[in-house]
Ligand binder design. Structure first.
Ligand code: DOR
Ligand code: ZN
Length: 400
């Protein structure tokens, strides 16, 4: 028990079935003795669990959306992800995009070679590869991909939407034959859910994507399995929640922790610029509700997207937040704030694997409530990278 007594507590309630948020006059009055799940509400409506969790052991998580880049810098960013995650879905938007199974296998080999010797030797880290969908993609290539044990999905970028997306799709109907083959062969499509029309406001890109691209696609190819990547709006949350089981969504730490004000605190903040761009507070709250709802349709995908400090702090800065350094600890903070720590494991370690038809991991990680300071910068090849929340405190620490 902590400094709870210093707070002015208005109501207690139990979050577990069959109590269903029934108000309690005293935290220990839950007749089912769900004491660890009793929450309270204070004057400013902050919620917290009554019994504070100080350590939390989880099945080792998977990051279902990650940018590892290539060359020198890969070793640096890999060290962060391998510490926390057993498997990662690797994005294919390299300078020269990964468009074939052969290229995906080469890329995978270079990732394995960049792992530290002990992780390589223990076979503890498994990069799950994806192909980049271009209008030149063939049905034959899809067949090769679906027969490979290493390719797990195909990534859709609207042309011009984000980093290295020039080879992306200009009109979705151009790739329909390939998408039909993917549906037949049960290869999921991972969608960067935005439109790029210049007349659409940048904050509306995701909502219009649902209307113009996703919804017709779900109707026209009903068997295609889709991950709506890095969702940022209430529109996306509602659409996924109400949609069929073949649709799921990933959620990033920055879209849980920041709203769009964070782009302009005292000046322009390039390290908070990512795509889809941060949204208004009502949208952030909807995304938090989705992540902490316990629905298997929402799972962890950091979209950690490293760019050098110079590339971010520039007259035309690149999009991407580097969250891989302490991603799981950032998610823990969000789940703690909403008194949902008991749902973190399923979000981080079960639902993604289940959607991809992979076994859940065997190992575990342990997080401790322990404040530390996120470094100001990290090595990134010859340059530096500024991690998410650089120089600020982090409230959870993964035990080494
Ligand atoms: O912010 C982003 N950065 N969003 C993306 O979709 C791509 C990513 C990157 O690769 O830099
Ligand atoms: Zn991404």
């Amino acid at each position: 028990m902590t400094a709870l007594l210093e707070l002015e507590i208005l109501t207690y309630f139990c979050t577990q079935a069959p109590c269903h948020k029934q108000k309690l006059t005293h935290p220990e009055h839950c007749i089912f003795k769900h004491f660890g799940y009793v929450q309270f509400q204070t004057k400013d409506s902050a919620y917290d669990t009554l019994k504070r969790v100080e350590t939390l052991t989880l099945t080792k998580p998977d990051d279902m959306h990650l940018h590892l880049r290539e060359g020198d810098v890969m070793r640096d960013v890999l060290a962060d992800s391998t510490r926390q995650f057993a498997r990662v879905i690797v994005m294919p938007n390299l300078k020269s995009p990964v468009v074939s199974t052969e290229q995906a296998l080469d890329y995978r080999r270079s990732i394995i070679e960049s792992l530290s010797e002990d992780i390589q030797a223990r076979g503890e880290f498994n990069p799950l590869m994806t192909l980049y969908l271009t209008e030149k993609m063939t049905v034959d290539e899809i067949t090769k991909a679906s027969q490979s044990a290493y390719v797990h999905a195909v990534k859709y970028y609207p042309a011009g939407a984000t980093t290295n997306s020039d080879s992306g799709v200009t009109a979705i109907d151009k790739v329909y034959p390939v998408l039909e083959a993917m549906a037949e062969q049960n290869l999921p499509l991972l969608m960067h859910g935005e439109v790029t029309d210049t007349d659409v406001d940048v904050f509306d890109r995701e909502a219009i994507f649902i209307e113009k691209i996703l919804s017709p696609l779900m109707e026209n190819i009903p068997d295609l399995r889709i991950v709506f990547e890095h969702i940022t709006t209430k529109d996306a949350v509602d659409y996924v929640r109400e949609g069929s089981d073949r649709l799921a969504a990933t959620i990033t730490p920055q879209h849980l922790l920041l709203n769009r004000n964070a782009l302009f605190v005292g000046g322009i903040r390039p390290h908070h610029y990512c795509l889809p761009v941060l949204k208004a507070e009502e949208h952030r709250r909807a995304v938090v509700d989705a992540a902490t709802s316990g629905s298997p349709k929402f799972f962890l995908g950091t979209d950690s997207a490293p760019h050098s400090r110079e590339a971010k702090e520039s007259a035309c800065g690149c999009a991407g937040v580097y969250s891989a350094h302490n991603a799981i600890e950032l998610y823990a903070e969000v789940f703690e704030k909403t008194a949902c720590l008991h749902k973190l494991e399923a979000f981080a370690s079960h639902y993604g694997a289940d959607f991809y038809g992979l076994p859940r991991n065997k190992g575990t990680i342990t997080l401790e409530k322990n404040q530390w300071q996120i470094p100001d910068y990290l090595p990134f090849g010859e340059s530096k990278i500024i991690p998410f929340r650089a120089g600020e405190p982090c409230h959870w620490k993964m035990k080494q």
